[in-house]
Write a new protein. Sequence first.
Length: 346
Amino acid sequence: MMYKKLIKPILFCFEPEFVHKFIFFCLSIAKNFPFIRSKVRKSFVIENPNLEREVFGIKFPNPVGLAAGLDKNATAFDMLGDMGFGFVEIGTVTPKPQSGNPTPRIFRLPKNKALINRMGFNNEGVLAVVERLRMRNSSIIIGGNIGKNKITDNNQAFTDYEYCFNELFNYVDYFVVNVSSPNTPNLRELQDKEPLEKLLKHLMRLNSLKEIQKPVLLKIAPDLTTNQLDDIIEIVKNSGISGVVATNTTISRDKLDYSQKYISSIGMGGLSGTPVKDKSTEVIRYLVKKSNNSFPIIGVGGIMNEDDAIEKLQAGAKLVQLYTGFIYEGPELVKRINQAILKLNK
């Protein structure tokens, strides 16, 4: 409760991106001090065989992960593991460093426990990320979320994904192909059936040439139609990828307790948090039912409490991820979800 009562009110007095940079700078320093890490682990980590999950060939210590977008540059994954996460997804990473969209580009909507962001794949580039992953000082499972640079034409996007795939291959445990962010111009066009299947088959061919293959997942938007979701099911089957991350942020502005004028003043960006919860869960439920549960799904979108996480799991997700919930609720949320899962399994 200390985070919500004491820390969050102070942090929320400052501009969101400044807070993000400050927190991750602190975490990147703290990871070098064993006594701090030990104290954090004792506070948040729950080790119990009943939490373990084996999904796409990987044994996860618990099913609660951190979604891509927070530890973009792989600066704090060790400390995040000490906060109780069973896995951390770094990125989205692109071949070349890029600054992303102009600031301000993160906006809090506290009435709805939501965020709007239009970061635009800002990151230091895959080579900088690899250097940090080389220094991994824990057993935390790492997912590598990969994307394309803004300047790369969609017709050549496969080269960006290929480059990131090859550079990260020895340093991550699984991959997520991100074609669903609303903040890179024309990126979502890659979700269309033909270019998407072509891209995924290309990555799977590269994967097959490796001595040991890594799971490849696809991250999808919550705004897809049922026909598009049917295409996703077919694409997963035809390409041979391991599963789906459902879902990314939404471009919808429904269910917001703010004036239309205020929301319009914020402008473009992906909406995350409570307003996307039901839409994300509906996508999970549809994919599980329509595919006859033929591939694993990581559920993400609007998980703000234990019940939200359980709902995603009961809808058919094998694992869940936090993003906005972690910002509003702090690391106690990870612990509370794991405790709730244990109670459910009794």
